[in-house]
Write a protein that binds this ligand. Structure first.
Ligand code: 6PG
Length: 243
């Protein structure tokens, strides 16, 4: 029984099939955004689930078909680790996607979470979002697409249950604290996520079922992802969906 999640739910029979469908969806949104000469600004998710999606986008036909020069890449969150650390979300994106497609390096906006002063680093990233993205209807910087994962506790990005970052309303990125190492983080905030034109969760595995139930019940941070003027889509595999 697929959980009655807000927005559109797509259930795939396997993680590989989910990556295929999510890649087609991202590619479609990118093609639409760049068709008239515009750009495509996307915030990438961290963790492990998005790996297959990034690898799929970096392979034919998408590698050869998409107008990568018009892509701008941001990150939903980052661990307090150097960009070549195995824990780095940037490293995941670099190795699986950014090294394989011709996105201009100046259009890849990395969260500098290795800086000693995370508050300053988060404020700097908030300023980058504001300076490089157009304002949405409510004034927040508007991304074309935000990719998100969900933790077993219902967190998303690095918006963990009970942390101060959940309530940050006046900044687009802030420092946060995870419940597992690396504990110190930088994360985008709900106002930034909810200003996006499209937000998609990528969710696989039985361990995420309770978190999805928490979204339905409104009891976990991911339940607060509700883009006011945009699409919300859930890519689930059959196991996460309870099938
Ligand atoms: C991170 C992610 C985090 C992740 C979830 C799910 O930095 O870890 O931003 O929000 O998306 O924890 O992680 P998995 O995809 O590894 O299950």
């Amino acid at each position: 029984m697929t959980p009655p999640l807000p927005g559109t739910v797509e259930v795939s029979e396997s993680p590989a099939a989910l990556a295929e469908r999510a890649a087609a969806w991202v590619a479609g949104r990118a093609a639409a955004a760049t068709a008239e000469g515009g750009g495509f600004a996307i915030a990438l998710a961290g963790g492990s689930t998005p790996r297959a999606l990034y690898q799929r986008l970096a392979a034919p036909p998408y590698r050869d078909r998409l107008d990568w020069a018009r892509w701008s890449v941001y990150f939903g969150d980052e661990r307090a680790a150097p960009p070549d650390d195995p824990e780095s979300n940037y490293l995941l994106a670099r190795q699986t996607l950014l090294e394989h497609v011709p996105i201009p390096p100046g259009q890849v906006h990395r969260m500098e979470a290795e800086r000693p002063d995370l508050d300053a680093a988060a404020a700097a990233y908030s300023a980058v979002l504001e300076a490089t993205l157009p304002p949405g209807p409510a004034g927040a910087p508007r991304l074309d697409c935000v990719l998100l994962g969900i933790g077993t506790d219902g967190h998303t990005a690095s918006l963990f249950p009970g942390v101060r970052a959940l309530e940050v309303a006046e900044a687009w990125a802030t420092r946060s604290l995870a419940t597992y190492a690396p504990f110190d983080r930088i994360t985008v905030t709900f106002p930034l996520i909810n200003a996006a034109a499209a937000v998609a969760f990528l969710v696989t595995g039985e361990s995420k079922r309770a978190a999805l139930a928490g979204v339905v019940a409104g009891t976990v941070p991911s339940a607060r992802v509700r883009p006011a003027h945009g699409e919300l889509r859930w890519f689930l595999d059959a196991v996460a969906a309870g099938g």
